[in-house]
Ligand binder design. Sequence first.
Ligand code: NIG
Ligand code: FE
Length: 391
Amino acid sequence: MTMVPAPGDPLGLIRNAAIGIQDGRIVRVGRRTELAGTRATEVVPLGGAFVTPGLVDCHTHLVFGGTRAAEHAQRRAGASYEEIAAAGGGIASTVRATAAASVTALLAQSRTRLHALMRGGVTTVEIKSGYGLDPASELRLLNVIRTLARSEPVRIEPTLLALHALPPGADREAFVERVIEDLLPTAARLGLATSVDAFCEGIAFTPEETARLFEAAAAAGLPVRLHAEQLSNSNGAALAAHHRALSADHLEHLDEAGARAMAESGTVAVLLPGAFYTLRETRVPPVDLLRRHGVRIAVASDCNPGTSPSLVPQLAMNMACNLFGLSPEEAIVGMTRNAALALGLEQEVGTVEPGKAADLAVWRIAEPAELGYWLGLLPERRIFGGQDSLP
Ligand code: NIG
Ligand code: FE
């Protein structure tokens, strides 16, 4: 499944294929018979397995302390995400647990989750900060992400989730000011983030605060993305599109104007069915609207302690099909080609094409649709930069 689309063939399927890899990059892709004369120092037969690009998980919050297992019980007893947050739980509770954890402990538990995603076929993953809130704590988390990026065979895109929650007791205006004047420029100067994110929502930050952050991000030379329209419609998607965001994520409450704006700016719609499922939401994102406007759709795990404690990336593809009505093809494109686009990495990853990184996942399945069918399928092999590397 090259993910290089052709008419009637969204997956760019080549049967009986061979992939040539040199120095960590893909150099040839074609039918085995066409590549028969090629000299190779090593031939690795895959015995009729299906090969996809390595999965791209374009929305995670996997660096955090503690868990939120207790909230899982509260939700079963009927409490909503907003009610739990208003009572001091939610993001604030993970912020406390994260502050209480040493860097060593944070690294250890985050690495365990990262390994789980990698075992699931992920070769590129976006990781957000956002459980630090104040500048020093956010920079500490971005440094943990950097340490992971330098020590693990996986491509990590670090995102500064600059406006996630207001610290308890903080003055709104002063907090936003400090994020914009101090945290954002510092993270940009230290090269600790490649994009900037915010949570634009009734229980989080307003469109006006988000817009100020986005202007500052542009001034610092960083692209933006946004948690938009998850629990209500704040016109976040249109705001994100106006700032030429790489992606707008969640989108359960997206309206037509938002979809049109996203199509015009090329902003990718990142669907997060794990969060929808965990919060037992009932309103599904308007997938038909996205299709009609030609908005590119990506799918991600949203691995985070509160709303998507998700560790098997393929399950997000299954949920995108079962809960949101994506076709298996759309779900697979959503965790490869379109997810690469959501990260601005479309020149580097997301398809099996000459010139791209040799990042692959090998699946022991009989047909592509199985990637949308199983609940928690793991690949047989994972190849990162041409190297076999299942953790
Ligand atoms: O993607 N919506 C905000 N951020 C996360 C959840 C964060 C949390 O509850 O810890 C999300 O769903
Ligand atoms: Fe999120």
